[in-house]
Design a protein around this ligand. Structure first.
Ligand code: PGA
Length: 270
């Protein structure tokens, strides 16, 4: 039996105004109401939407059965950090979780593992679900250090949170090989499964088997309706973090449908 949810998450990145966000959420609500996917905020199949910060309130106000996450967050509660947003501010806007350490944040905005450890702890302290992203570059993979890089990111990023707290606040991980993000290139289901299994072993070493088994590990990198089922059918792939293919509802809902199919198959075979 599966002891963790499947999570299908949309990372809108720097897309959509408030009006566009409201329209998307309306369309998503209409689709969810008519679908038999069983997807919702809680339960075995969960939907997450991560709008840009300016559209969090607009998305949250639509009261769609989906969690609203921020895309990044500052680790301090307040202070002289021009342009940054705290956990309390994101919660106030309507977010219940936050994506942390996306490779674009790491590569383009200099987010370090040390800062991410503080961000994970700060999100948890404020009751936001942290979703920590990890993933190797193409050079790491070609150089044979993908495992080492990713397990180090897990250990460093989770250095300031214990397993009980992580389980209580609903922490998840998202494995996103940098070479697969926005490139149309997806990790094969075998590569993704192998990395997810290694990440779960690292979680078990840190926090014990039980919490490792309860922690969702999402895959991200060019997920689309056509490849979602194969990826989500892997035993250690517990969802998808989707960029480009999550920008419109017909495509994103196709991925939710694929998740529902894989969940039904897993339940039937358990
Ligand atoms: P992509 O982005 O689906 O467009 O590859 C995924 C992500 O960056 O989270």
């Amino acid at each position: 039996m599966i002891d963790r949810p499947l999570v299908i998450a949309a990372n809108w990145k720097m897309h959509k105004t408030r009006g566009e966000a409201s329209q998307y959420m309306r369309d998503l609500a209409a689709w969810m109401a008519g679908s038999d996917s069983g997807a919702g905020v809680d339960g075995p199949l969960q939907v997450v939407i991560a709008p840009p910060a300016t559209a969090i309130a607009a998305a949250a106000d639509m009261a769609v059965p989906a969690s609203i996450y921020a895309q990044t967050m500052h680790q301090e509660d307040h202070g002289a950090f021009t342009g940054e947003l705290s956990a309390a501010m994101l919660k106030d806007a309507g977010a219940t979780g936050v994506i942390l350490g996306h490779s674009e944040r790491r590569q383009l905005f200099g987010e370090t593992d040390a800062a991410l450890a503080d961000k994970v702890a700060a999100a948890a302290a404020h009751g936001l679900h942290p979703m920590l992203c990890i993933g190797e570059t193409i050079d790491d993979r070609r150089g044979g250090t993908a495992h080492e890089v990713v397990t180090r990111q897990v250990r460093l990023g989770l250095a300031k949170i214990d397993g009980e707290t992580a389980a209580r606040v609903g922490l998840s991980l998202a494995y996103e090989p940098v070479w697969a993000i926005g490139t149309g290139e997806t990790a094969t289901p075998e590569i993704a499964q192998e990395m997810h299994a290694a990440i779960r072993v690292t979680l078990a070493e840190l926090w014990g088997e039980e919490i490792a088994l309860r922690t969702p590990i999402l895959y991200g990198g060019s997920v689309k309706p056509a490849n979602a089922l194969e990826l989500l059918s892997q035993p250690d792939i517990d969802g998808a973090l989707v960029g480009g293919a999550a920008l419109d509802v017909p495509s994103f809902s196709g991925i939710i449908d694929a998740a529902a199919v894989s969940l039904r198959a897993a339940v039937a075979s358990s």
